[in-house]
Structures are given as structure tokens and as C-alpha cells.
Write a protein that binds this ligand. Sequence first.
Ligand code: ADP
Length: 421
Amino acid sequence: MAAQPSSEIEALRAALNAAERRVEAAESHANAAEAQRAHWEGLARVLQQRLDGFVHNIPGIAWESYFRQSPGTHQSPVREQSPATMDVDYVSDLIEPISGYTADEWKQPNFWLELVHPGDKAQALADSHRVFREGHGSSSYRWLTKGGRTLWVTSRMTLIVDKAGVPIGLRGVTMDETGIKQAEAQRLLDAQEAIRARDEFLSIASHELRTPLTAALLNVHLLERSLKQLSVPPRVGEIVAKVERQQIRIANLLDGLLDVARIRVGRLELAREYDVDLAEVVRDVVDRLQPDFAHPGCAVDLASAGLVRGHWDRLRLEQVVMNLLSNALKYGNRAPIEIAVTSDGVTAKLVVRDHGIGIPRTSQARVFERFERAASSRHYGGLGLGLYIVRQIVEAHGGTISLDSEPNVGSTFTVELPVRQ
Ligand code: ADP
């Protein structure tokens, strides 16, 4: 047998080597692919476990919904589709104990919207539309369970988009908040009941206290009259007058409480009279407060221009002026007080200005509320009802009250009243 030329043997050997290298390369490729697969599988397992861990531990129902017709097969832009055409694709296990329906039942067409309370459907749809515009959001509505119960739920949702960024569905978590809602409703009822009981107590207590006080005031008047006919030392007369003033103060406080109770039940009724003269009302109140203006420097300057007449409740207006003037005296640092009464024929205006302690800007709205005070109770007594009642009376007349004040400079209260009803 003739020997093979050595060049052929070399070529064969080279081809063999090359084939061996290709086999090795293919083997290492296969190994790398296997390693990659194992890596991805491991990662997928970790992610799946993580997801399961989250889904099973959140106190709500996790879900995903997609448009029934995927954007690829549907011609109109996805943004024009309604969330009503979305169907549940995935829903976590908690769905059954909460809604009574199984996950498979939830995957039926239109199911998510069918379970929403009829009164809340429009809102739930509007909220979902908003999520489509904004990328995420929440919606609260009522759900009807299989057992016929009504639940309050809140869904927090995020938009799902495809590779091209086109919205294709929503993903979210729905929480049952019925317990929270019921507790809130109960708290509200309890608070309303407590307020009602307090108002009733205030009303009864002030009424009960007012009755013997009226009798006591009458007796003090009789005593005053009898004393005039007897030759008792002047000191006795002074003491009786003091007792009378103290009784009147208590009577005013009780009347304030009674008024609050009346206002609370919407029973502040006005007894309007024609041609009530506001300037005369102010003069009467100033006269009544004369003993309080006795301090040096505490003068009252009353400016009134023309006729200031209107169709008002005279006694209630007296109460307004009395409260504003008493406050100007009480908080006015014993400086002069200016009162102005004017009218343009349509609106009457009463301005009471003092130069006293003033009211900080942050408290100015609050002082017109019930039991709200801005001054220290150690230095100034009071219940914090006067301005509340004043505002109610002014508003019942269709008017307004405003305040301009600065601490340590003074306060100006302006009341504006329509002349006619
Ligand atoms: P009260 O005087 O009984 O506290 P009011 O309702 O009449 O209740 O007034 C509420 C609060 O408004 C007062 O506690 C006081 O802090 C403040 N206030 C009212 N009038 C004046 C005023 N003329 N100057 C300064 N503070 C005032």
C-alpha cells in the first residue's frame, strides 16, 4: 500500500483539530447557555417568591385587569377605550373571603363593574379614567358581596403599558375599609349625640337658673325701693346696688347660654319692628353702661349722622351694641371708645373702636365662634359667647360684621345692616 503524502496527513490532522475546537466551542456555548438558563430560572424563582410573599401578606386584594381587545387587534386608540371594557386577568386569593366570589368568577367579562354599587359606578369609572390620564391614583366605592353585604373599598391603581408605552390595563390593590367607615360613622354619631346632650343640658340648666334669678332680681328692686323710704346709711344702698349689678351680670351670662342653645336648634327668631333707630339704641345702651364709663379717660364718643332707621329687632340690636360696647370697655385699657352710626339709606353702619389690647391676627376669625376666646382667662373673665351671638344676630338680619385689630393698638368692629328686610 502506497504511503500517504505527508501534506495530506497534515491537512487531515488540521481538519481534525479544527473539528475538535468547534466541538469544544459548541460545548462551552451549551454550558454557558445552560448556566444562563439556570441563572434566569433562579432569578424568576426569587422574583416569584418575592411577589407571592408580598401578595399574600398585604391586607388587600391584588389584581390586574386588561382591555378585552388588546391594542394590537383594536383599531381605535386605547385612550378612547373605557375602563368598563376591562376584564380581570389576575386576582389574589383574598378575593373570595372578602367578596364571596371566586377568582374564576371575577374573570368573567364586565364582572368588576357589576359588583360596584349602582350609586358609585359612575364615580368608579371616572376615577379609572383619571388613572389612565395620570398613571396612578385611587378610587373609593361600595361593593356588593355575594352574601348581599355592602362593603366600602378603596382601590389604589397603576397603569400598565405595553412595550410601545400604550396603556393596556390597570394593576392595583383593593382594601376593605368597611370597618374604618363604620367606626368613623359611629364616632360622628357619638360626637353629635354628645353635642346634643351638652346643648340640652345648657338649655335646661340656664333656664332653670334663670327662673330663681329673675325672682331674686325682683326682690332686690323691691328692697331698693323700700330702702329709699327708710333712713338707712348710704353704704347699705351701695351694697344693694352692687348685688343688683352682679345679678344682672349673671342674668346676662345665662341669657347668652340660652341664646346659644336657641341658635343651635335654629330658633333665633327676630321680632322686627319698622323704624327702629340705631342711634337711639346706641344712646340707650351707653346710658345703661354709664356707671362703667365712670373711670377717668374711659369716655365714649358717639358720632351719628342723619337718620339711621331700619326694619330690625330692637332688643336683639341692643344685645349687639351691648356686647360690642362691653367688650370695648373690658378689653379697652380704659382708653376712650369711639362709636359711629351712619346710613346711606340702603345699609346702616355701626363702628365701635377701642384703643385696647387688640386681637392677634391668627385669632380674629376664631373669636366669632362659640366659646372661643383670645384673651387670658386669668385677666379677663367671660364665656366666649358674646361675639358669637352678635354675629348670629347680625347675620339673621342679613348683615355682616368685620374686625380690624392689632395687638396693643386696638380693635374696630364694623357692623353693616340692610335697612330693609
Ligand atoms: P368673652 O368676652 O366673654 O370672652 P366674646 O365672644 O365677647 O367673649 O369675645 C371673644 C373674645 O374676643 C374675647 O375673649 C377676647 O379675647 C376677644 N375680644 C372681643 N372683643 C375684644 C376687644 N374689643 N378687644 C380685644 N379683644 C376682644
